[in-house]
Design a protein around this ligand. Structure first.
Ligand SMILES: [Zn+2]
Length: 271
């Protein structure tokens, strides 16, 4: 054995009366370090698990709160589709009973109703105080009496078709009426282009698949099957072209079919 002045040698020499120096206590007790590390690891795992459980609880609680809020938004939207009720009405009371604190309805450019509801986030671990949850829903407004919205003739139009300015097709009588109207519009400095007209069931099915139920009628239910309808490039509601059509369309036999579709004009007298 080499005679050094480390702790081990001192133990041998000084037997049980030995006390390690402060420097030795800092560096020597290897087994103690291992026990300490194990304890820290266990505490770490427990803290980590507790954190994870709290986090999952917060995520779950927030998820449930948001689901309730979405339900509230859907209730208000469904009510708006049936004609709706004003602030403080039945739907909004229901929404508030589902946790909604703020209910806002606005009408978009295309006429659809945008419902936004908000509530404070539940007080849970990791969710900052004052956090608001928000849910939204869209409603198609109730059909109003802008034009003839009666049932379509059964089936699709099967007669001859004629193409008008803009590339859309219609039955000859409707196409002729459109051409007369377009000439009058042109005289007033307004260009009328019909971008879509008659559609077969199959063509409507393709459109429906592309645009979805919000923007396209289901095949068999669109008035475009009648060969009396045109989608005219008018821009947003209230644009110069739209204003011209509102003023002069009816005089040429055309009416805007739906309040929320400024572009869709139909020939009332049919083919
Ligand atoms: Zn249309």
């Amino acid at each position: 054995m080499r005679c050094t002045h480390d702790g081990r040698v001192s133990i041998l020499l000084a037997s049980h009366s030995y006390r390690p120096t402060r420097a030795e206590r800092r560096t020597a007790p290897v087994r103690g370090d291992e026990r300490g590390s194990a304890a820290i690891l266990v505490v770490g795992i427990l803290v980590g698990a507790a954190f994870l459980i709290a986090l999952l609880g917060a995520v779950g609680g927030t998820y449930v709160a948001h689901a309730e809020l979405q339900q509230a938004a859907d209730i208000v939207a469904a009510s708006a589709e049936r004609g709706g009720d004003g602030p403080g009405g039945e739907a909004q009371r229901l929404a508030r009973s589902n946790g909604a604190r703020r209910v806002r309805l606005t009408t978009a450019v295309d006429g659809r109703i945008h419902v936004v509801v908000q509530r404070a986030a539940p007080r849970l671990f990791g969710v900052p105080a004052g956090t608001m949850l928000e849910a939204e829903a869209w409603a198609e407004p109730a059909v109003v009496g802008v034009g003839d919205v009666g049932p379509n003739p059964p089936g699709q139009y099967a007669g001859p078709l004629q193409v008008v300015q803009g590339g859309a097709r219609a039955c000859p009588r409707v196409a002729d009426a459109f051409n007369v109207m377009a000439a009058a519009a042109s005289h007033d400095g307004v260009g009328l282009a019909a971008t879509s007209g008659f559609r077969t069931f199959a063509e409507q099915a393709v459109l429906y698949a592309q645009l979805g139920p919000r923007l396209a009628a289901a095949p068999g239910t669109s008035r475009h099957h009648d060969a009396t309808e045109f989608d005219i490039a008018v821009g947003p509601a209230g644009s110069p072209i739209h204003r011209w059509l509102v003023a002069h369309g009816p005089g040429h036999g055309f009416i805007q079919r739906y309040s929320w579709e400024p572009w869709h004009w139909g020939f009332v007298a049919g083919c």
